[in-house]
Design a binder for this molecule. Sequence first.
Ligand SMILES: *Cc1c(COP(=O)(O)O)cnc(C)c1O
Length: 500
Amino acid sequence: MTAQSHPAASAAWTAGSPAETPGLPALWDPLVREFLAERELLDQVVERFATPVHLIFPQVFERNLGRLTGVLDASGVPYRICYAHKVNRSAAFVRTAAARGISVDVASPGELESARRAGFGPERIEVTGPKGERFLRELVGTGVTVSIDNQWELETLARLAAPAAPVPVLLRISGFPGSQVSRFGIPVDQVEHAFAVLAGHRDRLIFRGPAFHLDTGDIAERIRAAETCFALLERAYDRDLLPAVLNIGGGLRQVFTADAGRFDDYVHRLREGLAGRGPRMSWGTNTFGYQVDGAAVRGIPVFHKYANTVAAETMLAELLAAPLDGHGGRGLARVAADNLLELWLEPGKALTDHAGITLARVEFVKTAADGSVLVHLDLSRDTVTPADQEVMADPLLLAGSLPAPPDDPVPVFLAGRLCLERDLVAAHTVWLPWRPRPGDLIVFPNTAGYHMDLSAAPAAMHTPAQKVAIDVRDGRFRATPDAGYRPATPDTGSASPEVP
Ligand SMILES: *Cc1c(COP(=O)(O)O)cnc(C)c1O
C-alpha cells in the first residue's frame, strides 16, 4: 500500500495548491496522504463522527519518536525523553508514549491524571510549569519528579516533604546570557539561594539537576544555556549535591512547508500588498504582526515558524554535536556523557509533527462588500490555530457529494464560527482549485502540535470537534475514537511493518 498505488492521491495533491497562483504548499505525511486517498474510509469517518473532526495518527508519533531516539542513540549520551503532554490532549498520543517506554512531562493535575491512566508510573513522570500549593501537596509523596519553577515552590516543597519520602526535583533555570527575560524558572543569579535550600533539606529534597526550556529554535541560545548549567553543576558539586541530570527542554521545530521558495514568494507578495505595491492578500486591517508604516513593512510576522525547513532530528543532531567553548570544543552530548549526566528532553510538537489533521465542511460561500470571497466552514479559528498565530500552510479542498469541477483557481478567505470580525480561520488569501460548494471538505494539515487544543474554547457552545485515532493494522486503516485507542503491542499484532 503506497501513495503511488492511489492515483487519486496525486490528483488531490496538486489540487491543494494551484501551481500557477501564489501558494503555501503544505508538507503532507505519506501515511496521511494514503489515508486521504482512500475516500471511502474518509467518508465513513466523517459520517460517523461528523465535522469538524480531528484525526490523530499515533504511528506518525512513533515514527517521530524513532527519529529522535536514532539521533540520541548515535550520540552515545544516556538520555530520557519526556513527551510534553500539553501539546495535545489526545489519549492516543499519551498511551503511545507510555507503551513505547518513554517518560512524560505534565503541567497540571489533569495531565497528571491522564498520564497515570495511560500507564505511566511515578518514576516516568516529570511535573513542569508553575504550581500552586494545592498541586504541590498532591505531588508530595508520589515519587514524581518536580521541575521547580521558583524559589517559593522550592521552599514550600521543602516544608511539605517528609523525610520518609523525599521529593526528586529539578531546578528550572532562566535568565541566560543573551536570552529574553522569561516568566518561567529561577534566574541564574538567584540559583545560589536555591542551592542553599537544597543543601539544607537533603533529607526532603533530592536534587536531580538543572533544567531549561527555551521558547526559540535557536541552537546558539541553547548552547549558552547548557554551558551556564554546566557551570552551575560545578557549584552544586561544591555543596556536595549530587545532580545526575541535565534537562534541555523542548522546542525542537516542526516542518510545515513543502516548498520554501513558494513560501518566500507568497510572503513577499503579502508584504507588497500590505505596502500598497501589489494586490492586497490580507483581510481587513490584518498585518500579521508586521509594522506597516506607509510603504515600509518591518518586523517579524506572527507566522514565522511556518517557514522552517529544518526537521526536528536535524536540529537535535546539530544541538548535540555543537562544540562548547568552555569544554575544549567537545559537543554538548559528549560533555554531558563525560560528566556522567543523563540528558533529558521534553519534546512536544516534534513528536506530534504531522501526526494529526483536521477536517471541516464548507457550509456556504459568500461575497463581501469589497468583492472578497468568504468560504464559511463549520469550525472556528481556535480549532486549528495556536494562540494568536496565522496558519501559513494551504489546506486541501476535497469534493463533497458533488464531483470535483475542472480547476479554476479562486482566491478566498476562510471564515467560520465564533463571532468577532477577526475570527477568520485564514485572514490571508488562500487560492483554492475551485469555488467551493456547500458540502465540500477542507482538510487542515499538521494540526496535532498545539493547533487543535492550545486555544480551543467552548465560548459559543458549539459541540467541540471529536478526536479520532487513525492507524494501520494488518495493512488496513482503522478508525477508533481517541479515548478508546490502544497502541498495538508486539503480542497483539504489530502495525509497524505496514507503516511507510
Ligand atoms: C511546552 C513545553 C515543552 C514542549 O515544548 P515544544 O516546543 O512543544 O517541544 C517542554 N517543556 C516545557 C517546560 C514546556 O512548557
